[in-house]
Structure formats: C-alpha cells, structure tokens
Design a protein around this ligand. Structure first.
Ligand code: ATP
Length: 898
C-alpha cells in the first residue's frame, strides 16, 4: 500500500475503515488496540537495575573497601575480610535500593504527563489518553498540541506545525489536506501529514491516524521524546565535589595518623589497618544516595499536594524561590467565567435582561450570535463546567444558549468556512460564515437580510477580542439597527466604558462583524478590517479563595507574588487588590515593557507586581529583569508560546488542566489543579526538604568529624588504635546512615514560611553549619576518646576501653540525631511522634549496638567486650552531655531571635 501522503484523503479514510463524522466505534477501538498495542514509544534511557548497581559498585569508597578486603585476606585477617565484605554488600544493597526507588518514583511521575487528546469516536468528540490512540482514529489537533501520532490531514484551518523533532527545521510549516504530486517526498515536504512529536504552533486540524507507537516516523528513528535526563541536581553536584575534597582530606589524614602510629612503633599491619579506618572515617559513604532519595521522596510528597515534578532539581530550587510570577486567569482566579452584562453602544443589559429581551432587540441578538459562532468551545454535559474548551468562550456559548440561540443550530445555518484563530498577540479571533441564500432576508438581523441586496456579500465575518485592539480594526458601528461611521468621539466613549468596567475587575470582550464576498476567503489576514462594532460582553471570574491565603503566606515568607495577565490593566489591578497582592495602582503593560530600557525596567520591577496586556514574549523580558536582580523566579505558562519563558525561568510551571502539551513539556513542574496555592505549597515542601538535607548533612558529617577526632587524638594520647576499621565502618554505615535517612522524613520547621528564602547561591554549609559540624564533632570525639583514655589508662579496672569508645560514639550520635530534628525548637517541646521513622531508626540502631556488645559471636567479629551496666550508664551520661550542649545552644538562639 502506498504511503498515506500519496493518497487522497478519501482513500486513506477508506483504507482505515473510518469516517470523519463517526470515527471508530468503541468495539473497533478495543480490537485495534489489541492488534496494534498502545500508542507508546519503547522507553529508552531509563536506567536498568544492573546499571544502577554498577554505578554503586564503582563508588570510590566501595573500591577502597574492596581493596581492604583483598589486603586483609593477604594479611590473613579473615574475619576482617569477611566483615568488611558483608558491610560492602549491605551498603551496596542499601544504596541500590534507594537509587532504584528514586528512579522509579521519577519514572512514575514522568508517566503522569502523558497528554490527553481529542478524538471523534462513535460520532462524538471525546478526550482520551494519547496512549489509547489507534490507527483510524479521527484526531483533532490545535495550537499547543504535541502531535501524538502520525496522521493524514482531512481538515486544516491555518494549520502550522513545527517539525524540528524530525527534520531539524525550527520554522513552522503550513499544512493542508491537498493531494501531493506523485513520487517519493521527504518528510519535510509531506504537507498533508502530521507526525508524532512535532508541535502544532497555529491553527487547527483533523487527521486520520495512520501510525501509532513504534510505527510512527519518530518511533522508527527510535528517539525518545521525553528523553530521561540523567542530570545531577546542583546540590548533588556540590555534594559530589564535597565527597572528593573529603577523600583528599582523608588521604592526608591517613598519612598523618599512619605516621603517628609508626613513631609509636606500630607494625605494618597495624598501620595498614589505621589507614583504612581513617579513610572510612573521613568519607561520608551514604551521602549521595541519601540526597537522591530525599529529593525523590520530596517529589512524591509534592505530588500529594498536586504539584507534579518533572525535573528532580526543581525540588531543590523550589525552596529558594523569591518571586512567583503567575498568570491571572485560572491560577489566581477560578476561570469560571460568566457573562454578567451585555453593553450595546447606547444601552446596557444585565444577563437576565439580555436573555429576556434579545428577541425584541435585534442588535443584541446579533451580538449574542457573534459570541456563540465566533467560538471554539462546545457544550458538553460530561465535563464539570458543562463546556469543552476555553472558559471565556464557554461563557459566551452558555449565555447565547440561555437566550435561546443554540450553537449547533446556528452552526448548521451559518457554517464556518474560514477563520483567523485567537492569539495572545492580537488578542482577537475571527471566523467567517457562509450566509445561505435562503437565510439572507430571514429573521437573523436586518443587516444580514440586507446582505442579499448587496449581491456579492454572501459571507459574514465575526470578530471578538480585547476592546483596545478591536476598536483599531473597526471603521463602523451598529446603533439601533443602523450602520454608521465610527467617529473618534465614539471610540473614546467605548474606551471610557471599557475602562470603567475593567476597574470593577471585569473581563471585557468586544464584538464586531462585516459582510464579505467569497473573494477574500483565502486571505485570512484581511478578515479583520473595516469591521462594524457591535458592543461588548462583561465577564466575571471570581478569585480563588485559597489564593488570597496563599498570597498572604508568600508575603510572610519573603516571596513576592507577581501577576501576569493578558487582560486589561485595570481589570488586573482590581483583581490583584482583591487578592491582597498589591495595594498600589502600579501596573506595567506589554507596551510599556516594549518601550522601556533595561535599566528603567530594573528600577521599576522592584515595585511593580502587576503586568497586564502582556503577551508571552514579555514574560521573557520580565524573567530576565528579575534574574538580573538575582531573584529566583518561578513562572507559570499554559500556551504554546510560553515554552521559552518556562524554560528560562528557574522554575517553569505549567498548567495541568488548561496547559498545552508544549508548555508541559517545557516545564519543571506541572500544577495538576492549575492553582496558585499549589505553587506555594510546593515551595513550602521544597524548603522543608532543603532544611532536612542540611539536617542529615549536619548529622552525618558531625559523626565523621567525631570519628576523626578519636582517631587523631588516640595516638597523640599514646593509645593504640582506638577504633578498629570494622567498628568505624559500622558506625558510618549503620549508626550514621540509618537515622540520616530517617531525618529526611522530618516535618517542616514551624517557621518555614515565616522566614525569607535562603540565598540560593549560599554554600551548603552556609549560616554556620560548617563550624557547628566541626565543634560538635570535636565535642563528641573528645567525650568518646576521653572516656576511652580513662578506661585504657587503668582508672576503672576494666578492659573494655575500646568498646567504651565505640559505644560512647554511638550513644552520642543517637542523642545528637534527636537534637538536630529542629534547628531552634527545644527537644522537649517538639512532638515525639512527629517523626516515627526516626524513633524507629534510633531504636533499631541502639538494639543492634547492644547485640554487638552482648552476643558472644559478635564479640569475636567486632572485637567487643560486654559492658557492665554501670559502663553502659557512663555512655548514657555522655549522650546526655551532648543533649545539654545542643539544647543550650538552641536556647541561646531562641533568646537571640526574640
Ligand atoms: P492570563 O494571562 O491572566 O491567564 P489570559 O490567558 O486569559 O489571561 P489571554 O488569553 O492572552 O489572557 O487573553 C488576553 C485578552 O484577549 C483577554 O483580555 C481578552 O480580551 C482577549 N481574549 C481572550 N480570549 C479570547 C478569545 N477566545 N477570543 C477573543 N479574544 C479573547
């Protein structure tokens, strides 16, 4: 069978046994789905289990430990060799499991972004998951869609598609349904086809699906559209760097300690053991895995709050956001538009009056007709709002319907034959309708009836859009059934009326029409000229109640909310005031932005929080200006042209419900409920996660510092090796590792949203963290080694000095884990059940420590000696000292805060 682009549309339909009006039946879809399989590409790039495992085994630390195993065997230290090996295996399994879980969590999140598509099946339009498309489906596409499957076009209106994914060409190409000259054609020249993975940038179209899944052109070249990026987050990169520095430091320490040992006359074996112990003590083995899992778990938590994370680094960046730029319509407001008033040139109706009176007022009838015909929304009882499509348009269809003007009937009477789609630059849209000869002269409106007399004027252009732009293309006005020239005075009056309405926070749409012959049909760019102004509709879109609270929360948290809208400046300011977002009338429009110099904008952007009549390109200007002020910017977007802004913002946020596929693809985060409050909730979660990462960093590194202090101080005090390599390994991997993971589950600090955002460029050890780690490490180390020295020097008559060092370190660390849960809040004031995972982790770790001390088998393995109850008591006192010191510091901090 020849390729579909070489056939005419009828033949393609016939070959696929489908029809444009009916589409496939449900049973046929089921059959084809089992024949062709789901419309999915076989995912490449996802890390396989063995790859994760291999990455684990390649870690420097693991390699060092494996070397230690080999050397231990050579030295005939078989027990050590086995223990180190077991610990390596356990650590690898733990690391693998964490990575695997994190990987799967992210893969599951990615799956959730599979787009929905519009098809016609069983004679009706339906929304289905792109996965469920089958060959023969009638697919409806419009600007903003990513084409979900290959197809032969059967209808196209100003359709433009950007095919860079397949052809590398970034200019959009025009598409139509025409048959092409016979012969092989390159992909780029197949103008009657659309291909999976390309982007609809303009217009609308319908196609018969000819290929799905791996049978698409994209599938054939097997490129994954959403290739899985394996990029490290900034934090992970910083930690990797830290790991390398620590490894270097470990090298130096090893030499120092080994040297000290040598001076004490230690043998080769002991020196070697010391070297390994030091290396193990200095390197925080679990750190990278712990961070990855914390971020991935964070992404899962965010999902529970309706924020779908697409890029792992976003979890981290969210915590540092300083400005949240948000679209108004639908994000700050409910996007539940209702027509409240209809304003004609010299009279005004409330919606109820309009519904009652439209029969008596032909001008009003014509305006309502324009509203429902120049419109892409349709009534659909299956959707929650009763309409399918843009709510602004839906409101117009519903208003007309209430007045008895049924969209379907009118569409049948006045079929659409041309259109110039809405775009956010022009802020207008137009449709052209054929006036059937029989209806010219019927009761629609006298001016339409008169069209019959004009002979060639057998088409009706209907335009709707923002008043400011619409007035520019109007030359006439309809007043009381009579078309008159539109004087400048009239224009001013309309503009004034528009301003007055906008001040009340209303969205105002203007309507116009003109009659046209068949000649102009193929030149959409000429549709919008010399129009006859009809009047305007005012719509109300209530603010989201939860947005008011979220705006307050933002301000309290030192984050600036900024409103960006295509609406009228006064509408925008009125709504911004209602939200508490601003108290001033300051507003910048897209035109202002175009005129301003970079410096002027930098100065103004600090105080202006409302931007109106902006088009997507202005979002880039706003982001640039904010980023130049070192702000961390989150930006929302939904349209096809928002993609660049979403990419260049620090956090690009797409709308899950109303957003186009393209915007979702370009975003870092998708709001499943399109709600501003969700962004703020995600920021709060991001702050919690960042705090927690710092908490377990503090915990792990303090432990390591403590061990190093012990290992350095021991020889200086003349003691033999205070901790054996396996004991250090145990402390690092179990005592430190397990509670550290649990710290990731810690609840947010009470003041997370009461403090300004942290400077995102701050180092991970900023705000004194580095010093605190060193000081607490020193304290814990000294307590442990001091106790060890007391026992070793014979002061207590016990031979358990090494076990005392080992156990003291463990107990102190457990106490410290409890204290680092909160930065300033007292240990005794925080809820004990706030983090049950941590309590469990501590309980398990302590129990394991007791097993190591008291079970004879482990005495041999870990070279421990059972401690007497009093000795255990001494360790508990050491732990208490740690608590007292940290809690005193917190008390001091709290005092200072007040
Ligand atoms: P926000 O940016 O707050 O989300 P928005 O996305 O609704 O607002 P646009 O869609 O760019 O903003 O709309 C800008 C202006 O274009 C509106 O104020 C309105 O006057 C006009 N407009 C919006 N939708 C349509 C439409 N479907 N047809 C004609 N004009 C429209």
């Amino acid at each position: 069978m020849p390729e579909p682009y070489r056939l005419n549309a009828e033949n393609v339909l016939k070959n696929h046994e489908t029809s444009p009006q009916q589409g496939l039946s449900a049973s046929e879809v089921t059959r084809r789905l089992s024949q062709y399989g789901p419309n999915e590409l076989i995912e490449k790039g996802k890390k396989k289990a063995w790859q994760i495992l291999l990455a684990q085994v390649r870690e420097v630390m693991i390699l060092i430990l494996l070397a230690a195993v080999v050397i231990s065997v050579a030295l005939q230290e078989y027990i050590d060799a086995i223990v180190i090996f077991v610990i390596v295996v356990l650590n690898t399994i733990l690391g693998f499991w964490q990575e695997f879980k994190a990987e799967n969590a992210m893969a599951a999140l990615k799956k959730m972004t599979v787009p929905h598509v519009r098809v016609r099946r069983d004679g009706a339009e339906q929304q289905i998951s792109a996965r469920d498309l089958v060959p023969g489906d009638i697919l409806l596409i419009e600007a903003g869609n990513i084409v979900p499957a290959d197809g032969r076009l059967i209808a196209a209106a100003n359709l433009k598609v950007q095919e860079a994914a397949l052809t590398g060409e970034s200019e959009s190409v025009d598409k139509d349904t025409d048959e092409l000259p016979d012969g092989e054609l390159a992909l780029a020249d197949r103008k009657n086809m659309i291909y999976r993975g390309t982007v609809v940038t303009y217009g609308r179209g319908e196609s018969v699906v000819t290929g799905t899944g791996m049978q698409t052109e994209l599938g054939k070249i097997a490129i994954m559209l959403q290739d899985v990026e394996d990029e490290q987050t900034p934090l992970q990169r910083r930690l990797a760097k830290l790991g390398r520095s620590l490894a270097l430091a470990a090298g130096v320490l090893v030499i120092i300690v080994a040297g000290l040992n040598y001076l004490q006359g230690a043998g080769l074996k002991e020196m070697f053991m010391t070297a390994i112990s030091m290396a193990v003590a200095a390197i925080p083995e679990g750190l990278p895995a712990v961070v990855t899992i914390a971020l991935a778990l964070g992404a899962q938590q965010m999902l529970k709050k309706n924020a779908l994370i697409r890029q792992l680094p976003a979890v981290e960046t969210l915590g540092g956001v300083t400005v949240i730029c948000s679209d108004k319509t639908g994000t700050l407001t409910q996007n539940k538009m209702t027509v409240s008033d209809v304003v004609l040139p010299d009279r005004r109706y409330s919606l109820d009056e309009a519904v009652a009176d439209h029969g008596k007022d032909a001008d009003l009838g014509l305006l309502l007709l324009a509203g429902t015909l120049c419109n892409d929304a349709v009534i659909d009882e299956h959707t929650p709002d009763g309409i399918l499509g843009d709510p602004t348009e839906g409101a117009l269809v519903l208003a007309a319907q209430q007045a008895g003007l049924v969209q379907r009937d009118l569409q049948a009477m006045l079929p659409r034959v041309g259109e110039l789609p809405f775009d956010s630059e022009r802020k207008r849209m137009s449709t052209v309708h054929a006036l059937p000869s029989s209806s010219r002269g019927t009761d629609l409106h006298p001016v339409l009836a008169a069209a019959g007399d004009q002979g060639s004027a057998d088409h009706l252009v209907l335009t709707k859009g923002a008043i400011d732009g619409l007035i520019e293309v109007c030359g006439r006005i309809l007043i009381n059934g009579v078309v008159q020239p539109l004087s400048d005075k009239r224009k001013e009056e309309i503009a004034a009326e528009n301003t007055a309405l906008a001040k009340n926070g209303m969205r105002v749409l203007g309507f116009a029409y003109r009659l046209m012959g068949v000649d102009g049909l193929d030149r959409p760019e000429h549709y919008e000229q010399d129009l006859v102004f009809l009047g305007m509709c005012c719509m109300l879109d209530p603010v989201r109640p939860e947005a008011i609270e979220s705006v307050r929360l933002c301000k309290q948290a030192g984050i600036r909310p900024v409103m960006i809208t295509g609406d009228h400046p006064l509408t925008a300011v009125a709504i911004a005031k209602g939200l508490g977002l601003t108290t001033s009338d300051a507003v910048l429009t897209g035109q202002d932005l175009d005129r301003m110099t970079v410096d002027a904008l930098s100065a103004r952007i600090k105080e202006v929080s409302v931007f109106a009549r902006v088009s997507p390109k202005h979002k880039m200007i706003i982001i640039d200006a904010l980023q130049a002020q070192h702000e961390i910017v989150s930006m929302t977007g939904d349209g096809v042209n928002d993609a660049p802004a979403l990419k260049s913002a620090d956090i690009g946020v797409a709308m899950g419900i109303t957003g186009t596929d393209v915007s979702k693809e370009s975003s870092d985060m998708v709001l499943l409920d399109d709600n501003f409050a969700t962004i703020v909730a995600a920021v709060e979660e991001g702050r919690r996660i960042y705090d927690n990462i710092r908490k377990f960093l503090r915990y792990i590194l303090t432990g390591n510092a403590g061990e190093i202090v012990v290992m350095l101080a021991g020889p200086l005090l003349g003691m033999p090796l205070p901790l054996l390599p396996i004991q250090i390994l145990w402390i690092n991997l179990v005592t430190d590792g397990v509670p550290a993971v649990a710290l990731g589950f810690e609840e947010a600090e009470r003041d997370v949203m009461h403090r300004p955002p942290y400077n995102p460029r701050e180092g991970i050890f900023a705000r004194g963290l580095g010093w605190q780690i060193l000081v607490m490490g020193l304290i814990i180390g000294l307590i442990s080694v001091g106790t060890g020295y007391w026992f070793w020097s014979g002061g207590t008559g016990s031979n358990a000095w090494q076990t005392m060092v080992f156990t003291m370190l463990t107990f102190c660390q457990m106490a410290y884990a409890l204290c680092v849960r909160k930065q300033t809040q007292s240990l005794f004031a925080q809820s004990w059940l706030g983090n049950p995972v941590l309590l469990l982790a501590i309980g398990v770790t302590l129990a394991l420590q007791l097993i190591i001390i008291y079970v004879p088998f482990f005495n041999t393995v870990f070279r421990t000696t059972p401690l007497r109850p009093a000795e255990l008591g001494i360790c508990a006192v050491g732990a208490l000292v740690v608590v007292l010191i940290t809690e005193s510091k917190k008390l001091f901090l709290r005092r200072r805060q007040h």
